[in-house]
Design a protein around this ligand. Structure first.
Ligand SMILES: [Zn+2]
Length: 307
């Protein structure tokens, strides 16, 4: 059978929050079977726990934020994406501030940390959530309409279209399609960085966002071009990062999806609405397990080898 996974040992690193600008230490710790992914704010007088669940996402402006009363854990999506990409079911995540560190703006550092800690198969069967009926959410009108949907598919695939009407982005591919039956998360998606625009920085900082953002942790553009001296990591890094985000946002469903995700101009808000809409429609999905690797779609066996 396909089994649940955690990591072999605890591992820590330090960084800065993209939006808060706060210094933060993050520790990833092994967790028992059926724990799921749980964030812990260990800087407060009493530890506050945040199960990584779509229903607990409050704020979705520029990041996915888990909320517990007035206490929060911000920008969980890149770590969640790395966990989905490596097939990790159970993990404790300790934080010393309100935001997951942005590291280099991609999921690459988290992949490296998790692999350094070593992946551990557990004595418990892994559950997947298989989509049985198409579920779709939309926002806006006409040309500005954004939408995202999940449809039945025997594996895990994503396709994404962006339209930023910006010369630096328009000169790259504005559409990408990934199927993990053949594409590697680590090679194709994990290193795609978040991005932002210089002319939006002031307004964002006034709103308490992007305070830790820099050329070290984001692709930064002025009105015309990319300002990072090294350029892009992938030819289509922008749309690849939107796929990276979607993988992380969707992993807040709590189980790996057996589905195809198709989206146009979606973001954290719409991804969260999609996750909630799916979970609310109980005849649109079922939980399943796989008796053997041979019985499972390739998407769940190709890359999830033990490091
Ligand atoms: Zn992102």
């Amino acid at each position: 059978m396909l089994r649940q996974r955690t990591i072999q040992k605890s591992i820590s690193t330090k960084g800065v929050g993209l939006h808060s600008g706060l210094r933060v230490e993050i520790t990833l710790r092994p967790a028992q079977p059926n724990t799921g992914i749980v964030f812990h704010r260990i800087d407060l007088p009493e530890v506050v726990d945040f199960p990584a669940q779509a229903s607990r996402v409050g704020d979705t402006r520029m990041a996915s934020v888990l909320q517990q009363g007035n206490v929060r854990v911000s920008t969980v999506e890149h770590l969640m994406s790395a966990l989905a990409g490596l097939g990790i079911d159970n993990l404790h995540v300790d934080l010393t501030a309100e935001e997951v560190p942005i590291m280099d703006g991609s999921a690459g550092t988290f992949v490296y940390l998790l692999r350094s800690a070593g992946l551990q198969e557990q004595d418990a069967v892994k559950q997947f959530l298989r989509v049985l009926k198409t579920v779709e959410v939309r926002e806006g009108e006409g040309k500005d309409q954004k939408w995202a949907r999940l449809e039945p598919y025997d594996g895990f695939a994503l396709s994404f279209a962006i339209d930023f009407r910006h010369p630096a982005i328009d000169s790259t591919a504005n559409f990408a399609e990934i199927d993990f039956a053949t594409d590697s998360y680590v090679k194709t998606i994990a290193r795609a960085r978040t991005f932002g625009f210089v002319n939006e920085v002031e307004a964002l900082r006034a709103a308490g966002l992007a305070r830790g953002g820099s050329l070290d942790n984001a692709i930064v553009m002025d009105e015309f071009r990319v300002l990072n001296s090294d350029g892009l990591r992938y030819d289509d890094e922008f749309v690849k990062h939107k796929i990276l985000d979607a993988i992380g946002d969707l992993y807040l469903i709590g189980k790996p999806l057996v589905a195809r995700y198709v989206a146009c101009k979606s973001g954290h808000s719409l991804n969260n609405q999609l996750a909630r809409a799916l979970l609310a429609q109980e005849d649109a999905w079922e939980l399943i397990t796989y008796e053997s690797s041979a019985a499972a779609p390739k998407a769940f066996t190709n890359e999830w080898k033990l490091a």
